[in-house]
Ligand binder design. Structure first.
Ligand code: K7E
Length: 666
């Protein structure tokens, strides 16, 4: 969800409220819910809920759920149905807990053309795909603030790669992997001045030149079949709307991807959005296969660009940045059949394609209906050239010709839709705080269940693939209010697990989440778990500063740089008494974990260091930089409880005043 809504404390769900509140009230918020009301609704929880979410001690969950951390910039991994938090994977934000973005190995992951950017706003995780199904190999996620796409490796649950997106501002409709993972697509939220003919240098632009000079871009990121490595192949220059969300076709519509747009008036200020001139915005349909063909045929023109591509080396575990200087641009006006615009109610948000690939469901958060467009009707409309105009040569299709039908009175503030395996769709209603179940066949509402409160996205395992898993639904709510013990004004957001196996939806479980979850992906555990029991191999560790046994541990000086080749094994650090280091030296502690058990990490911290800590996995090497600020005896120790003698895993560094000639000793 976008920020204006997040700030507004929304009303509690009440069926009676549904039709009573006008769309305008959505922007103002309503009164607070009373605890008694929530308490009463606890009785709405299924009687067998406890047994359905109970995962006995020592047992594993049935599913992994990857939730976006929103403004935490991270991904949180939960077990479902228990709702247990298993791990937080750092992606776009530094994480002191394991040194990500603090240690020398991973700092480069956060390099951008703006410099080192150690935070972002992560909205959409998408699992990699094979034949339209999730395959559990990688997870792609977007950075909404400084435009980036990251790839997580699900063998190690680490961020393997981060690609900055040029010609983009606010990478919100992103990332969307195609059905065989050929490409990951990413669209800019804000349109920006893009001067294709220019030399890449700054060109002064005024806000009132918006219509003329501002453009959107859709990036085509090619994904290596075997290793998953990303590469920005080309971009399509699209009209200067704002692009909100994307999803792709399946089956017959596999070659297409759909983007919701807003501000199709192309105004440089959206203050008057409630009273905007047009009563419709567009769903942009792009034939991505055709775009790739045009680009291959040489229709894409190169332009200067400047962006970073950061990658973790698999053997050394060191991230390296590569600076890219050009990008290829495809223009729809040169590419017939590439792009069409389908009218949709004003300010749409979610676009979701059903498992058959025939229906495109567009949730307009200000709309009173959910329009469902038909892919086959879209093709016929294109064939008949039933157009009502164009934007920059891109045809606008007649709404009625593409429309399959509308879901009437679904609730207030429809946002996102997912699907089960029985022909049902489930839409989140932000304002009326409920999940609404309806059928694709006749677009009739079948069931509704209140959620607490103000749901954004929802997820069904495989709900965006051609074969949904269809047993659970997880609602990700923006506000918890009275669901948990109060923790001051800042409350955890919450997820709610709902059983969708029967006719009626049943609430099973609440669990708190981290940051602000937007979208999530859920996948059967067996698709990931067997591959992720992995130890880094000490033999294969190609880190240039690795000490592979205690005999290799040493300290070396190069000018004012000091390198400590340190080993850690239960229960000592080697070396553990170091002298000859001066105030102002740049000291690098390269700590190699020599353990042979895959689950015995060692931590490493130095008193007064302003660079967090290290958490080194067995077989790996990590580096902590330290510039001592004062002379004295400085302790260092292992931060991760590793054995009965963990507390003894410590040492001292003697720091001499600047310019001292004390020889290195250890
Ligand atoms: Cu609806 Cu950024 Cu996908 Cu939030 S977005 S909810």
């Amino acid at each position: 969800m976008e920020t204006v809504f997040n700030k507004v404390r929304k009303s509690a769900p009440k069926a009676a409220l549904l039709m009573a509140v006008a769309a305008g009230a959505m922007l103002q918020g309503c009164s607070s819910t009373e605890s008694s009301e929530a308490a009463a609704l606890v009785s709405g929880v299924a009687g067998d809920a406890a047994s359905k979410v109970y995962v006995a001690p020592g047992q594993h969950d049935e599913l992994y759920t990857f939730m976006s951390g929103g403004f935490s910039g991270q991904v949180a991994v939960y077990g479902v149905p228990s709702g247990r938090l298993l791990k937080v994977v750092p992606v776009f934000s530094q994480n002191p807990e394991n040194g990500y973005g603090y240690n020398e190995e991973t700092k480069a992951m956060l390099n951008t053309s703006f410099g080192f950017v150690p935070w972002d706003d992560l909205h959409h995780p998408k699992l990699s795909r094979a034949a339209g199904m999730t395959d559990g190999r990688w997870l792609f996620v977007n950075a909404n603030n400084t435009p980036r796409v990251a790839r997580l490796d699900l063998k190690t649950f680490e961020t393997a790669e981060i690609l900055e997106i040029p010609n983009s501002a606010g990478n919100h409709c992103s990332p969307y992997p195609t059905n065989d993972n050929e490409y990951v697509l990413a669209g800019t939220r804000f349109s920006v001045p893009i001067n294709v003919e220019g030399d890449g240098k700054y060109e002064d632009v005024n806000f009132d030149e918006y219509k003329e000079k501002f453009r959107g871009s859709i990036s085509f990121i090619k994904v290596d079949k075997e290793h998953g490595d990303m590469d920005l192949d080309f971009q399509i220059l699209v009209p200067g709307f704002d692009y909100d969300l994307a999803n792709g076709g399946k089956g017959p519509s596999s070659d297409w991807v759909f983007f919701t747009t807003y501000n199709t008036e192309q105004a440089n200020t959206l203050k008057e959005i409630g009273a905007s001139q047009n009563d419709k915005d567009y769903l942009a349909a792009i034939n991505w296969k055709l775009a790739v063909k045009y680009a291959k045929e040489g229709k894409a023109k190169e332009m200067p660009a400047y962006y970073y591509h950061n990658k973790l080396d698999e053997k050394s575990h060191i991230a390296k940045s590569e600076i890219k200087k050009t990008v290829r641009i495809l223009r729809p006006e040169d590419c017939p059949g590439l792009m069409y615009l389908i009218p949709v109610p004003k300010s749409p948000h979610g676009i979701d394609v059903d498992p058959t690939g025939e229906y495109m469901v567009v949730s307009g958060k200000l709309a009173s209906v959910i329009p469902v467009h038909s892919f086959s009707k879209m093709l016929k409309t294109i064939e008949k050239k039933d157009f009502i105009g164009n934007v920059g040569g891109i045809p606008i299709l007649r709404y009625e010709s593409v429309l399959q039908g509308e879901v009437k009175e679904p609730g207030l503030g429809p946002l996102h839709t997912e699907f089960d395996d029985k022909g049902n769709a489930y839409s989140s209603m932000f304002v009326s705080s409920e999940i609404v179940k309806w059928t694709l066949k006749d677009l009739q509402v079948k069931d509704r269940i209140p959620v607490y409160y103000s749901v954004g996205h929802l997820v069904i395992p495989g709900g965006d693939t051609k074969k949904p898993y269809g047993k659970y639904l997880i609602a990700m709510n923006k506000i918890t209010k009275d669901r948990y013990l109060p923790t001051g004004p800042e409350l955890a957001q919450s997820a709610q697990l709902i059983d969708i196996s029967g006719e009626k939806m049943k609430l099973l479980l609440d669990f708190p989440t981290i940051g602000e979850p937007h979208y999530a992906q859920a996948i059967e555990a067996k698709k990931i778990a067997p591959n992720s029991v992995k130890m880094y191999s000490l033999e294969e560790n190609s880190h240039p500063y690795a000490a592979k046994n205690e005999k290799e541990a040493r300290v070396e000086r190069k000018g004012n740089e000091v390198h400590v080749y340190m080993t850690a094994i239960r229960s000592h650090l080697t070396p553990d008494n170091i002298e000859g280091i001066n105030v102002g030296d740049e000291v690098y502690f390269h700590v190699t974990n020599l353990e042979q058990d895959w689950d015995v990490p060692h931590g490493f911290a130095i008193m007064g260091n302003n660079n967090a800590e290290l958490l080194v996995m067995p077989g790996a090497t990590q580096t902590l930089k330290w510039v001592p600020q004062r002379a004295g005896i400085i302790p260092m120790y292992c931060t991760d409880f590793c054995s009965a003698l963990h507390q003894e895993m410590q040492g001292y560094i003697k720091v001499s005043p600047k310019g001292s000639k004390v020889p290195l000793a250890f």
